[in-house]
Design a protein around this ligand. Sequence first.
Ligand code: HEM
Length: 503
Amino acid sequence: MSFDLKGFVSLESMSLTCGVFFFSFTLIFSLFSFLLFISRMKPWCNCHTCKSYLTFSWCAKFPNLCDWYTHLLRNSPTGTIHVHVLGNTITSNPDNVEHILKTNFQNYPKGKPFSAILGDLLGKGIFNVDGESWKFQRKMASLELGSVAIRSYAMELVNQEIQTRLVPFMESKTTANAVFDLQDILRRFSFDNICKFSFGLDPGCLLPALPVSDLAVAFDLASKLSAERAMTASPFVWKAKRFLNVGSEKRLRRAIGVVNDVAKEMIRQRREMGSNFNARNDLLSRFMGSIDDDVYLRDIVVSFLLAGRDTIASGLTGFFSLLSGSPDVEALIREEMGRVVGPAQEFPSFEQLREMHYLSAAIHESMRLFPPIQFDSKYASEDDVLPDGTFVRKGSRVTYHPYAMGRMERIWGPDCLDFRPERWLRDGVFVPACPFKYPVFQAGVRVCLGKDLALMEMKSVAAALVRRFDIRVAEPAQEPRFAPGLTATLRGGLAVRVCERKC
Ligand code: HEM
């Protein structure tokens, strides 16, 4: 048998040359992309805003980044600012918001940078996609969330959780005059609800012993670590850590693994129950009627967990913290409840909740000052000019800022910092604000699909607790400080005392 050594050597050296060439090409290409990325961000920008951002000098005057942005946006004649080092145009101008979310919606998708950051957790779920996949899920989800059966099911779950867990928990705290973290309780409450609603699974977070739920812990960690990806100096940092499976990326992978295991198990159990999916009302079962792909199903349902978990808890935490310092508003809510519900009935019905205009006003007003999602970003597909004249470069980030908008004198008048539900009422009837002035649930083409459900859930909790208890913040003088994350969460929680009302 002859062996052509010369041919073998030349083949080997050719593959070595190809390898070196390929490696060098990849290296040069990555370096080029990195430099392009850096150059777009203008890291050398020396303007006052960028310098303050990079040196953290804003921290000396403002408790939170969102408060500093609010200050800058207030002082901008157009209500729009640029943070060049982040390549981010931030606006509080309602005309710009309408342009981004409605008039020129096609030009402002979520974009690849956002999808990449949340991609491992949310996959191709509605929160994380654009285009046809988004359209398909939006259509399917709005059909389900609009159906009377699903809405009644959601309200049944909420009422059950209020009556059997939330109220008994609050009762248990009245005798000891104990201080406890209301934010934690509301997060447990909303996690139980959204899991039952999305998966048909009860994690029992608000059972009397307040157990630690592996799913809740994993889900929180995964949301937090995903959000923190956005804070790294460049996406190359977290992508490299993910590639090497080290540090926060290793923990993120593990946390997502726990969420995936639960999702897989829930899907498996439902498949075993048979194919009459529409007989059940949890979202997973309903979506299984139209989708076979288990990974896609998992992605869709996980988006709902994210949508409904922290947002409701955050909105309610803001509501109770403001109410604690506003006994006059509290008295008016009680007066309305007395009128609509009457003394004999403990919990209001769905119809009665709809009649409570002052309560609606108070809830909207609290989310004006403390929106659960403080800002939201899109990425421009093409060059554009916003209605206030701001030029937006293709590929750059554009952010609208509900937190700042709620605190703008030019939108809400000189008393914009006051908690005053009356601003939402005309002759005692609740009148919603223009959604582009109040984009708390986003607005336009991609407006929140769970808005009505969320408002009913919040009203049910508020009605049940305000009627029965006085809830007082333990240290009211403390300025709210938010933890970094996708949803506004108070760092350290909301310490409160609760006592049963005497009258
Ligand atoms: C106070 C509570 C809530 C607030 C403030 C809120 C706010 C928002 C916001 C700002 C968005 C846009 C996010 C983005 O595109 O980046 C959104 C989207 C969405 N929300 Fe909510 N949400 C709340 C509760 C809920 C609940 C309870 C559900 C489900 C049961 C839900 C379902 C959704 C869905 C499916 C989307 C995606 C819509 C789309 O992309 O077409 N939300 N929500």
